[in-house]
Design a protein around this ligand. Structure first.
Ligand SMILES: C[S@@+](CC[C@H](N)C(=O)[O-])C[C@H]1O[C@@H](n2cnc3c(N)ncnc32)[C@H](O)[C@@H]1O
Length: 239
C-alpha cells in the first residue's frame, strides 16, 4: 500500500485545486449528496447518531448531514492536514465535530477509531487504496460500526469491460463539457482528469462487483449499489 505522504494529496495546493473544480469533475455531485441525506433520513434519523466521514476533504459530506440533524456527533478523518484545516473552518459553527489527521493506512494498522459509529461515510477517497487495502479498510470499518449501522461509499469504480469503460468515460466527458459550458470555463482540465482516473499511481479503482463482494464476505448485509452513473457510484451495506 502506498504511503499517504507519497501521494499528491500530501502536497500543498493540490487539495485547493480539487475543491475549486469538484462540482465540474464529479458527475451529479449534488444529486449524490442529496441521496446521502435521503439515506440518512430514511435509515438512521431519530436518535443521536455518531457518524464518521473518512477522507473527509473539506468536510462536505459531514456538513450535509450536520445541517439536517443537530443530534449528530461527527468524526472527520483525513490524511491531509491542509484538508482538515478546511474542514474545521467549514464546520466551525458545529460543536459536535471532531477532527483526526490520519491516513487509511494508519487506521488499518493502529486502533485509532473510537468509539463505535452508527454511520460511516466516505466520498471519492477509498479508491486511493488498492483492493487489498480496501478489504483491510472495510474490515476495520466493520469492526467500528455498531450492529445495525451502515457504511456508505460514494466513489469511482472500474468498469467490468473495456467497451463499457469507453462509454462511461464518454459520459463523464459529456458531463464536464456541459458544466464547463454552464460556468463559462474553457480550460482542458477534463481531459487530464479522465486520463488521471486510471493512469495515476494515486488512483486504484476496482470493480463494483469486487467491492460489493468484499463487503458481503466480511459480514455486511443489505449490500447494494444505491446509485450509478458511469464510473460514479454509491454503494454500501449494513452491519
Ligand atoms: C477527492 S478528495 C475527496 C474529499 C471529500 N470527501 C469530497 O468528497 O469532496 C480525496 C480525499 O481523500 C484524502 N485521502 C486520500 N488518500 C488518503 C489516505 N490514504 N488516507 C487518508 N486520506 C486520504 C485526501 O487527502 C482528500 O481529502
Amino acid at each position: 500500500m502506498t504511503d499517504f505522504n507519497q501521494t499528491n494529496w500530501a502536497k500543498a495546493g493540490f487539495s485547493q485545486q480539487y475543491i475549486d473544480k469538484a462540482d465540474i469533475y464529479i458527475v451529479e455531485r449534488r444529486r449524490m449528496l442529496g441521496l446521502l441525506v435521503s439515506f440518512y433520513n430514511h435509515f438512521l434519523r431519530g436518535k443521536p447518531n455518531h457518524i464518521l466521514d473518512l477522507g473527509c476533504g473539506d468536510g462536505i459530506l459531514a456538513h450535509e448531514l450536520l445541517k439536517v440533524d443537530d443530534a449528530i456527533s461527527a468524526t472527520l478523518v483525513d490524511g491531509s492536514a491542509d484538508m482538515l484545516r478546511k474542514a474545521r473552518e467549514r464546520l466551525k459553527d458545529f460543536k459536535n465535530a471532531r477532527f483526526i489527521n490520519a491516513s487509511f493506512q494508519e487506521i488499518i494498522k493502529k486502533d485509532i477509531l473510537q468509539p463505535d459509529f452508527d454511520f460511516i461515510v466516505s466520498s471519492l477517497a477509498v479508491h486511493h487504496l488498492d483492493m487489498a487495502g480496501k478489504i483491510s479498510l472495510f474490515k476495520s470499518l466493520y469492526a467500528h460500526l455498531r450492529p445495525g449501522g451502515f457504511f456508505l461509499n460514494v466513489d469511482v469504480i472500474l468498469a467490468p469491460a473495456g467497451s463499457l469503460e469507453q462509454w462511461y468515460l464518454k459520459l463523464w466527458q459529456e458531463w464536464m463539457d456541459d458544466r464547463k459550458a454552464e460556468f463559462g470555463i474553457s480550460d482542458s482540465i477534463s481531459d487530464d482528469i479522465i486520463r488521471r482516473y486510471k493512469d495515476n499511481e494515486d488512483n486504484k479503482p476496482d470493480t463494483l462487483d469486487d467491492q460489493l463482494n468484499a463487503l458481503k464476505n466480511m459480514g455486511f448485509h443489505e449490500v447494494d449499489c444505491f446509485y450509478k452513473y458511469g464510473i460514479f457510484s454509491i454503494y454500501g451495506g449494513r452491519k
